[in-house]
Design a binder for this molecule. Structure first.
Ligand SMILES: Nc1ncnc2c1ncn2[C@@H]1O[C@H](COP(=O)(O)OP(=O)(O)OP(=O)(O)O)[C@@H](O)[C@H]1O
Ligand SMILES: [Mg+2]
Length: 315
C-alpha cells in the first residue's frame, strides 16, 4: 500500500470564462470541482495504476467534506483527520486559449493538537505502507521541522519515505534521511543555492542533496526528462511527447509512477518518465491510467548527457 500525506489539501474549483476582464462580472460557461493537493494527486495516480493507496488529509468544514466525498467517488480510500478550520478552496479561471489564472488560498492554521493527531493517524497506517509519500507545502501551524519529525517516526515504523516539498521544510527533513526526494529543477536549484544550466549541474546538485541525507534523488527536469541519483547509480530518463496540454501535476504523476514501480532503480525511473510524459498530454491535473502510458517512448540510460543545456535553466 502507498500512503500519501497532503498536509494542506484543497477543494479545487475551476471556472471556464470567455475572457478574463478585470473589474467585470465574469460569467462562467462551465465549472468543475476536484479534490486538490499534491499527495491527493499521487494517490489518484497510484489508484489509476491499480495499486492500493490511502490518502491522509486534514479536512475541515463543508469544503473538507466535499473533498472526502469526491475522493470516495473516485474509489480512493481517505484517512481524514478532522480539523476545526475549513479546508481551503482554490480557484482556477480557465480561458479558451488555455491560459489558467489561479488563486490559491492559504488554508486553515492547524493547532498543536491537530498536528499531533495528523502524525498519529499516519502512524496508524504506516505499518501497512510500503511507501509514505509526503507531498506539498505545510499549512500554517506546522513548523518547518514537521516533515523531519514525520520521516523519523515513519522510519521507526519501518516504512520508506518519499518527500516532495521545497525550501526550509525539505532541508530540515534531509537530516532525517528520507529514502527519496523529488525536487523539480527550481526546487533543486533553491536547495543547493545556485543556478542549474545543464543536466550535469542538476546531477551535482542531486549528489549534494544525498550528502545532506537524501537516499535517492528523483529530479524532474520538465521537458528535459528526469534524473535518478542513488547509491546504486545515476540514470537519465526522457520521453518524446507529441503535444503538451498541461504540465500541472506532472511531477506528482511521476512520483506515483516511480513508487508504484518499486521506488528504486532504472525501471522505476522509466515508469516515472512514462507517467510524467502521459500526464502532460492530459488536460489539467488529470492523472494517467495504464492506457495513457507509452513505455516504448521512454529511454533510460546510465550514460547521462551531462553537457546538455536545460531547456528551462533554473535559478
Ligand atoms: N514540456 C514537457 N514536455 C515533455 N515532458 C514533460 C514536460 N513537462 C514535464 N514533463 C514530464 O513530466 C515530468 C515532471 O515535470 P516537472 O519537472 O515539471 O514536475 P513538477 O514541477 O514537479 O510538477 P508538479 O509539481 O506540478 O507536479 C518531467 O520530468 C517530464 O518527464
Ligand atoms: Mg512538483
Amino acid at each position: 500500500m502507498i500512503l500519501t500525506i497532503t498536509p494542506n489539501p484543497s477543494l479545487d474549483r475551476t471556472y471556464e470564462v470567455p475572457a478574463l476582464d478585470r473589474g467585470e462580472v465574469l460569467r462562467a460557461t462551465a465549472e468543475r470541482m476536484d479534490p486538490g493537493g499534491k499527495g491527493v494527486n499521487v494517490s489518484r495516480a497510484v489508484a489509476a495504476a491499480a495499486r492500493r493507496t490511502v490518502a491522509v488529509l486534514p479536512l475541515g468544514g463543508a469544503p473538507g467534506a466535499l473533498v472526502a466525498e469526491l475522493l470516495a467517488g473516485q474509489g480512493i480510500e481517505v484517512a481524514p483527520v478532522p480539523v476545526a478550520g475549513a479546508t481551503r478552496s482554490n480557484i482556477a479561471l480557465a480561458e479558451p486559449d488555455g491560459t489558467l489564472t489561479k488563486i490559491n488560498a492559504p488554508g486553515p492554521e492547524l493547532t498543536a493538537a491537530e498536528s499531533e493527531s495528523l502524525l498519529s493517524t499516519i502512524r496508524t497506517h504506516a505499518g501497512a505502507a510500503a511507501w509514505i509519500a509526503c507531498c506539498g507545502s505545510l499549512p500554517r501551524g506546522l513548523a518547518p521541522e514537521w516533515y523531519a519529525e514525520l520521516v523519523a517516526r515513519a522510519h521507526r515504523a519501518g516504512a520508506r519515505i518519499a518527500l516532495d516539498t521545497s525550501g526550509p521544510s525539505l532541508l530540515a527533513a534531509l537530516r532525517e534521511r528520507p529514502d527519496v526526494v523529488k525536487p523539480n529543477a527550481e526546487e533543486l536549484a533553491q536547495a543547493v543555492g545556485r543556478p542549474l544550466a545543464t543536466v550535469g549541474d542538476a546531477v551535482k546538485a542531486a549528489e549534494e542533496l544525498r550528502t545532506y541525507g537524501a537516499g535517492s534523488v528523483l529530479a524532474s527536469l520538465g521537458a528535459d526528462g528526469q534524473l535518478l541519483v542513488s547509491g546504486t547509480g545515476t540514470y537519465f530518463g526522457s520521453a518524446a511527447v507529441a503535444a503538451v496540454r498541461s504540465n500541472v501535476g506532472a511531477g506528482d504523476a511521476s512520483l506515483a509512477g516511480f513508487l508504484a514501480a518499486g521506488g528504486e532503480g532504472p525501471a522505476a525511473l522509466a515508469s516515472a518518465v512514462a507517467h510524467g510524459a502521459a500526464a502532460v498530454q492530459l488536460p489539467g491535473s488529470v492523472m494517467p491510467s495504464p492506457a495513457d502510458l507509452d513505455p516504448s517512448a521512454v529511454t533510460v540510460t546510465a550514460d547521462v548527457p551531462l553537457d546538455r543545456p536545460l531547456t528551462e535553466p533554473a535559478s
